[in-house]
Design a protein around this ligand. Structure first.
Ligand SMILES: *Cc1c(COP(=O)(O)O)cnc(C)c1O
Length: 414
């Protein structure tokens, strides 16, 4: 009998945080101490050293000529954005709310870009005044910008966000290819470029973003190479040389059993080829990669405290003070089709050998409020701290904090 086939897949080990005296160490502090420092549970904590290390790893694996942007919708906490703004070459915002945080954090407007469908007149007016690059997602946005620039005398900086004629395969979330609300379909882009040429707006280049949460290097390499080819074709119809080419990102992190960390080496090799070709064929273009989740996701944890330990018909429930209202994606309700467990641990009993299968739930009056379903964890009691790993991206701000009216959770960069 093949034993390997029968072993259920396990979570990728969470080695980014050390363990000291049986406790997880975050930002140099044991978890108990960190909880005391933050003041109350539940909270998110983001480890500065891990953020810095991750940016270094990405830079080490990718060609030096490539610019690295942080897509801040993954985690827009102001203190974290301040930290990231010093490490990366630019910030990508998806709203004027994010734009304010980025500018307050010291982001250089020249290296800040704004993407997202349905940008309104007043938002575009703000973006033009800030001097950032606006990724155009419709014909209407060009006309709005033209009217703004006629009124103010400013010259809007724009790039065209292209909805490509291909998909990023095996992506957790597809954001390009087929019919999409994002960007302008590749086949309509030449017409849009002609309109931009007549308008006198400052055309800078193209933005392509095919999808999110991808763990297959070969799929990412293929999408980036196709994105480059597409940009090259469209450049022929552009009113001026391409000075900016954002090839997207979509790098994933391992969340669920059986998933492995992304291997950056083949991606770096693919991008090196693109950088070489761009030097010949788009010599004025700055090549950009925009990453959200990959830069911040693994540096963050969500911590809640066990309030109650209950046995229902033989099954143990650990009831915590945190739940789906703070961490929707760990509950499986943010884009998952089949609910799977995030990596979870009892953070103050990391070396305990006494383990049991339990479910971790929150205080909300709904069965959806499930943070771990029948998972083997260290045997825990009321007062112990439950840690959900891989929580630095799409956590706090991607969760319905008002649902059921419990107190909001805290966030700390440590
Ligand atoms: C959401 C988004 C990102 C970030 O995606 P990640 O998967 O978090 O890296 C980047 N660019 C655009 C345009 C986005 O909408």
């Amino acid at each position: 009998m093949n034993v390997q086939q029968r072993t259920p897949p396990s979570h990728s080990p969470m080695h980014q945080f050390p363990v000291r005296d049986g406790e997880l160490v975050v930002g140099g502090m044991t978890l108990t101490r960190l909880a005391a420092r933050v003041g109350r549970t539940p909270f998110y904590a983001y480890d500065r050293a891990l953020l810095t290390r991750r940016v270094g790893e990405v830079r080490g694996a990718l060609p030096a000529a490539l610019k690295l942007h942080y897509a801040m919708k993954a985690n827009p906490m102001p203190a974290l954005v301040c930290h990231m703004a010093r490490l990366v070459d630019g910030i990508d915002v998806a709203s004027v709310g994010e734009l304010k945080v980025a500018l307050d954090a010291g982001a250089d407007p020249r290296d800040t870009s704004f993407a997202g469908p349905g940008k309104q007149h007043a938002e575009l007016r703000q973006a033009v005044a800030a001097g950032i690059l606006i990724n155009i997602e419709s014909f209407r946005e060009v006309r709005e910008l033209l009217s703004i620039c006629e009124q103010t005398g400013d010259r809007a900086r724009i790039a065209v966000r292209v909805n490509p004629d291909f998909e990023l395969k095996s992506s957790g979330m597809k954001m390009g290819g087929g019919a999409k609300q994002f960007g302008v379909d590749a086949e309509q882009v030449p017409e849009l470029l002609a309109e931009i040429g007549r308008s006198g707006l400052a055309f800078e280049g193209f933005h392509l973003f095919a999808g999110s949460q991808n763990l297959k290097p070969e799929a990412i390499v293929e999408a980036q190479s196709k994105s480059f080819e597409l940009a090259l074709r469209l450049a022929g119809a552009a009113p001026s040389p391409v000075r900016f080419l954002n090839l997207g990102g979509g790098f994933g992190i391992p969340y669920f059993p059986g998933e492995q960390p992304l291997d950056l080496a083949p991606i770096g090799a693919g991008l090196a080829t693109i950088v070489d070709r761009a030097a010949q064929q788009l010599p004025e273009a700055e090549l950009v990669l925009e990453l959200g989740r990959y830069l911040v996701g693994e540096a963050g944890i969500y911590v809640s405290r066990i309030i109650d330990r209950k046995i229902s018909r033989g099954h143990c429930y650990l009831v915590t003070d945190g739940g789906l209202h703070h961490h929707l994606s760990a509950s499986g309700n943010f884009g998952q089709v089949i609910r799977k467990n995030y990596p979870v641990a009892i953070g103050n009993r990391m070396t305990s050998r006494d383990r049991e299968a339990v479910s971790v739930v929150g205080p909300l009056c709904t069965p959806l409020d499930l943070l771990a379903d029948r998972m083997e964890l260290a045997r825990a009691e009321a007062g112990d701290l439950v840690v959900i790993f891989q929580s630095g991206a799409y956590g706090f701000t991607a969760s319905p904090q008002a649902f059921l009216g419990h107190p909001a959770c805290l966030e700390a960069v440590v």
